[in-house]
Ligand binder design. Sequence first.
Ligand code: CA
Ligand code: CA
Ligand code: CA
Length: 283
Amino acid sequence: MLDGNVSAFVSGGSLHLKGDSAANEITIEQFASRTFTVSSRDGSTTINGQAGPLTFTRVGKDLNISLNGGDDIVELTADDSDPLWVVNKLDIKTGDGDDQVLMTQVHALRLSIDTGSGDDTVNIGDSGNTTGIMVTKEAVISTGGGTDDLQIANSLFKRTLVANLGAGGDSAAVQNTTFRKTSNLIGGSGADTMSKQGNRGKLKYSSFSSVSNTVDSSPSPSTTEANNDTATVARSASTTINVASNDTARHRHDAQSGLDCYYSAADQRHRRRQCQRHRHLHQ
Ligand SMILES: [Ca+2]
Ligand SMILES: [Ca+2]
Ligand SMILES: [Ca+2]
């Protein structure tokens, strides 16, 4: 099958999700304590050979996600009033390919994200539109080679975060996030850019060629073509996005004017559902 299969099983109290070499796209939600529901994000990725969603109970330890090659997408999402809790370690490896790791309203004891090679995106806190993650102990993020984009917003790291963007001309944006212990953001080789705004605590950064004290909330109009691009428009911002057939466009929710979002056909099914949840949340 084009978008492959993710095998899922609980072992020793941990939920393991293992992708194949195809572009696996999954969403993980939690509707009861220690229980995770895994669904296909694109309608074609299967879970244990089934269309899904599938629910796994008694997950008292780790959430262990390894998606292997292909342009994978994994999203962990919940509502403000009821965050998604990982009792022990949230461990995500997305391997080769241009991957996306998306998180909103997540709590974890420990965090490890490794997106491997390729032009990867890690977006925690939906570009500042929602709460991101609270990590009680150590957090490590590595985006490896390729032109990566790391966004962290509205999050709390009770101990250290070490984030390394690896080789390539990467970008990072950190906003409204608290670091209780001295944390490190490392640009690595290549011409990397960083923007930061509204953070608390100590965040050291190194190997960035450009640092801004403002997270750009009104990006200039962008044109995305040819590759598997991702364009993100901040809240209340106005822009024009030209979306080619294989791209993902996301126009952000505007809390003042009400719901205003549209998405490319590639993941329209899931995105429409998420918009409805946001609408409900803000009413
Ligand atoms: Ca894969
Ligand atoms: Ca990758
Ligand atoms: Ca990189």
